[in-house]
Design a protein. Sequence first.
Length: 281
Amino acid sequence: MKEKTSLGSKILTVFFTVFSIVYLIPIFEVLINSFKANAYVNTDTFALPNGESFVGWANYIKGMTFGNYPFMKSVFFSLFITVVSTVLILLCTSMAAWYIVRVNSLFSKIMYYLCVFSMIIPFQMVMFTLSSTADRLHLNTPWTIPIIYLGFGAGLAVFMFTGFIKGIPLEIEEAAAIDGCGAVSTYFRVVFPMLKSILISVGVLEVMWIWNDYLLPYLVLDRTKYMTIPIHVQYLKGSYGTVDLGATMAVIMISIIPVIIVYLFCQKYIIKGVAAGAVKG
């Protein structure tokens, strides 16, 4: 029995190792092509940069200085939108989930099922009306678009938080109430610290979505004033619509690195939070 288990474990290890390598190939291709001259990206896509094809950091410099719109400005807007939207989603949805779990009423149940239902609505169904509505409500700036992200990110976040909070003993909150804590104080002093793993898990998922999102900022933001990194990549074009693929690969690589770093540091919390939020309750 032990031999069979050991053999099965080895087979799974090899399978998932190969599976991981397959997923890493596109990132590796972006990396090596970011150091190639533009002419060699199409002709020698899978070859390592060497000799005439190797241009060093020139593509990175060109990608950050190409065009009339500063690349660092795009980085700032992407960073601001991602951080503010994620914090807003985590704070509002965790409080909403706590209310749903602890207040057993018809209203809370309806609110929960509406959040779950919102997860199955494709973005394409609402994107045309969203653009005009955002203009009318003046939500078309980096300072206000986090409100829209809160609406679209609330479904998954509430679902995961609700499952996790159901596993927190009610007696802990009752003890805090006996000690004189009100609802707000109980949440921030007792409940919120206990949500660490699920907060990180949901936070990383939201960061990866918002940081890489192209369609929502493209539809909502005024692109003459505000560009995020995914939108900036689209505008790396020369005359007659020619695209500098080397510079484009360099900018894409710059946009990938922060998400990879965040994921590597938080991966153990992601697995723990997803498992807890999916099983409990």
